[in-house]
Design a protein around this ligand. Structure first.
Ligand SMILES: C[S@@+](CC[C@H](N)C(=O)[O-])C[C@H]1O[C@@H](n2cnc3c(N)ncnc32)[C@H](O)[C@@H]1O
Length: 252
């Protein structure tokens, strides 16, 4: 049982409950306590280590918790299954830690920056989630053999353009696994590049859903892709190549 002295729980539990309820996201008391525990620890650690620019609790409820949980609205399988999930470029644990709290998936949170990962692992321990969630320093392009084709779900929030994320995710995804891309805005060029990349790397486009966050906090898009066949190109390429030399032709 989660024992963290959680003062936020007393002051914000109702606000969070209503916020999630308004978006049709059901949560238990324990889940709300854990979600708020994450924010409380994040803001405390952020005084020493720069993990987020969002320092107001009310803003964090929307921009970190609600935003992180939007995939639950578009991917029913995520919550109904007990699978392997990885969040790549997790930063302060978003969206991976809130999504782990709301599901039974065995979760791995990775980032290329070690001090962020250490901070996230300390939050996982403090909240008492170490049985199902682990944080690890890992650069997407340096996937160890043990993680190849292991994951049923891969998420990215605010990490790179979608064509690059399709390339990063491919070696991690199991056959029929789902890539969940979370974005503030996606323009037509990004979508066209992503479509081309999806064909090369063996994905099927599943869906594109849009959301408006409350209080004019902005537009959000969630793109889903399913891994359906082998990539035409052997991945991963050398670190940095996906960004500096993407497969999709650049325009003048
Ligand atoms: C803008 S932050 C977003 C953090 C978090 N996903 C969020 O939405 O709050 C991007 C994060 O991706 C990480 N990152 C960037 N490229 C990466 C790569 N190739 N492999 C692993 N992590 C990466 C960075 O270190 C950084 O923490």
């Amino acid at each position: 049982m989660f024992e963290l002295e959680n003062s936020l729980y007393n002051s914000k539990e109702n606000v969070l409950n209503e916020l999630l309820h308004n978006y049709g996201i059901d949560s238990t008391e324990l889940q709300r306590k854990q979600l708020l525990g994450h924010i409380e620890l994040l803001i405390e650690i952020n005084e020493r280590l720069n993990l987020t620019r969002i320092t107001s609790i009310d803003d964090a409820l929307i921009l970190h918790i609600l935003d992180s949980l939007l995939p639950l609205k578009v991917c029913d399988e995520f919550i109904s299954c007990n699978r392997n999930y990885i969040d790549i470029g997790t930063g302060g644990g978003f969206p991976g830690l809130p999504l782990a709290i709301m599901s039974n998936n065995k979760t791995l949170l990775v980032d290329s920056i070690g001090k962020k990962v250490n901070a996230v692992q300390s939050m996982i321990n403090e909240i008492g989630l170490e049985e199902k969630v682990k944080a690890e320093k890992l650069r997407a392009e340096e996937i160890p053999n043990t993680y190849k084709q292991k994951f049923d779900f891969v998420t990215f929030r605010a990490v790179a353009k979608t064509n690059i994320l399709l390339e990063y995710a491919e070696p991690f995804l199991a056959f029929q696994g789902t890539l969940i891309v979370m974005k503030a805005n996606v323009d037509e060029i990004e979508l066209q590049d992503a479509s081309q990349a999806a064909k090369i790397f063996g994905y099927e486009n599943v869906s594109r859903e849009t959301f408006e966050l409350p209080n004019d906090f902005g537009h959000r898009e969630i793109l889903l892709y399913k891994k359906v066949t082998k990539s035409k190109i052997k991945l991963p390429r050398k670190p940095g190549m996906a960004k500096t030399n993407p497969f999709v032709a650049r325009r003048a």
